[in-house]
Design a binder for this molecule. Structure first.
Ligand code: DAH
Length: 419
């Protein structure tokens, strides 16, 4: 099963050169509460879809802002969030870790990238990977975007949960909006002195102990292993994997926070650890939810299966998701020559085009054939688009008109030549 990739170790992808102009007038999104003390984190814009040449937020994505699935107590994401929060309450004492789940997802590029030391040429900054509102403003691609802001605000032990946005391929485990939880804990000098330990060692040990406990709290008595990782914001960095249902599953990334971040917050005499995890991944595994689109479904057959307080560690004796009848998929292939010049065609751009036409009716977009015509100097791709609704049967007419729209948008927006 392929789950959210780690963008910080991902393959390099071409940037998104085409500037999408919104055909509709700008739509109003909620305002950021004015806070004059942190000008870096506040962006001046209230519009999420604008005619700014850098804007690549589609209507489909814009509509997801404010859904706040993680704040719904009976939603699987809300359930996992509160299970994790109660673990922190049990381990460290009630409210020792403060939980934030309403931070606005439109953030400055400074917050999303610079404040957590993402290098200037990092692939995650490209318009192929990230949704830009304008040159300096993005839909956050991780909850780490709030670390420095929270530290400057005086928080020392906290959890931040929120919706995050990434342009990505389409399949059962990838949706361009998902939810993350970030944990952060600052140590005082007295703590490592009392323990008679080096500060980095203490932070790393405590971090591992905390997260192993969390994994047990979620998965029961499972086998786990630590894998060395790389994140720009931590050193050393690790990933925790657990052995679950016969495979090693990566559950989170974490590490000892780079001093540069603490210094920026005026905390040069402290140490800290941080972690980040994806809620969908955990919920899919723990509740046996087979398709990431189900989290967005209004279907009662989905929602009535989940209730606050239903969670039991490791899913032992817990009601799992019972799939209801799946409606048939409809497969459409499209073959085309890639544009000779430029990089307006990327898989992410294709997925965006398809998603903007078909919304959550698209289940998967996959490359099924590729060849080069040396004489013509052209490359041909064939993609299969799988349409399926979670809620009803789709008619042929409906699919055909979606596919026609996709084909014509591929020509006009991606510059491909249909075959
Ligand atoms: N921000 C990372 C991501 O989105 C997850 C993460 C890794 C967060 C390590 C952290 C951390 O705070 O220390 O993939």
């Amino acid at each position: 099963m392929r789950l959210e990739p780690n963008p910080f170790s991902g393959k390099k992808r071409a940037p998104y050169p085409q500037h999408r102009r919104s055909p509709t007038p700008p739509t109003l999104a909620p305002k950021v509460p004015p806070d004059p003390s942190f000008p870096y984190f506040i962006h001046p814009h209230t519009d999420v879809i604008t005619s700014d040449p850098h804007n690549n937020v589609t209507d489909h994505i814009f509509e997801k802002i404010g859904y706040n699935l993680h704040k719904r107590p009976d939603h699987p994401l809300g359930i996992i969030k509160s299970v994790i929060e109660s673990y922190f309450d049990e381990k460290y004492g009630q409210d020792t870790f403060t939980s934030y789940d309403s931070l606005y997802p439109v953030v400055s590029t400074y917050a999303n990238f610079d404040s957590v030391l993402v290098p200037p040429d990092h692939v995650s900054r490209s318009q192929n990977d990230t949704y830009y509102v304008d040159e300096d403003t993005v839909l956050r691609c991780h909850t780490s975007a709030h670390q420095l802001e929270m530290l400057k605000d005086g928080a020392r032990k906290f959890l931040v949960t929120g919706d995050v946005y990434r342009r990505d391929s389409i399949d059962a485990t990838h949706f361009p909006v998902f939810h993350q939880m970030e944990g952060f804990r600052v140590f005082e000098q007295a703590e490592w002195e009392e323990a008679g330990k080096d500060s980095v060692d203490l932070a790393a040990e405590e971090l591992k102990d905390c997260l192993e406990g969390l994994a047990k709290h979620l998965f029961g008595d499972v086998e786990m292993r630590w894998v060395d990782a790389y994140f720009p914001f931590t050193e050393p960095s690790f990933e925790l994997e657990i052995f679950f249902k016969g495979e090693w599953l990566e559950v989170l990334g974490c590490g000892v926070t780079e001093m540069k971040i603490l210094e920026e917050a005026g905390l040069q005499d402290k140490r800290a650890w941080a972690f980040g995890l994806g809620l969908e991944r955990l919920a899919m595994v723990l509740f046996d939810i087979p398709d990431i689109r189900l989290f967005w479904s209004d279907d009662k057959r989905f929602s009535k299966q989940f209730k606050e307080g239903m969670f039991k560690a490791g899913g032992v004796d817990m009601q799992k998701f019972k799939p209801y009848s799946k409606f048939p998929p409809c497969l459409k292939d499209v073959s085309f020559w890639l544009p000779k010049e430029g990089d307006s065609f990327t898989e992410n751009n294709l997925c965006e085009v398809v998603r903007d036409v078909a919304g959550s009716l698209v289940e998967e977009v996959k490359l099924i054939d590729e060849f080069e015509n040396k004489k013509k100097g052209l490359t041909s791709n064939c993609y299969r688009i799988v349409y399926r609704s979670m809620e009803r049967s789709l008619t042929d007419d409906e699919i055909n008109s979606l596919q026609e729209q996709v084909r014509s948008d591929m020509v006009s927006k991606l510059g491909v030549e249909l075959r």
